[in-house]
Design a protein around this ligand. Structure first.
Ligand SMILES: [Zn+2]
Length: 72
């Protein structure tokens, strides 16, 4: 039965996010996918963590307008 995050055991507000083997809350799923992407891309924990961090910032930035690139 689902209802709790398999990673942090927090109660899920909805159905949660399904991976191949587990059900995760939104937060853990973001970290999980970020780490997975990092490991695939670079294969080191440090890089994986920065990738997860970057992913979170991209998600946060999605709510705002992206800054226009500065000329010169
Ligand atoms: Zn969780």
């Amino acid at each position: 039965m689902s209802g709790r995050c398999d990673n942090c055991r927090r109660r899920l507000s909805g159905e949660g996010r399904r991976t191949a083997t587990r059900v995760l809350c939104e937060e853990c799923f973001t970290q999980f996918t970020g780490l997975a992407a990092g490991f695939l891309a670079a294969g080191t924990v440090d890089d994986a963590i920065s990738t997860a961090d970057w992913l979170q910032r991209v998600k946060d930035a999605g709510r705002q307008e992206l800054e226009a690139p500065r000329a010169g």
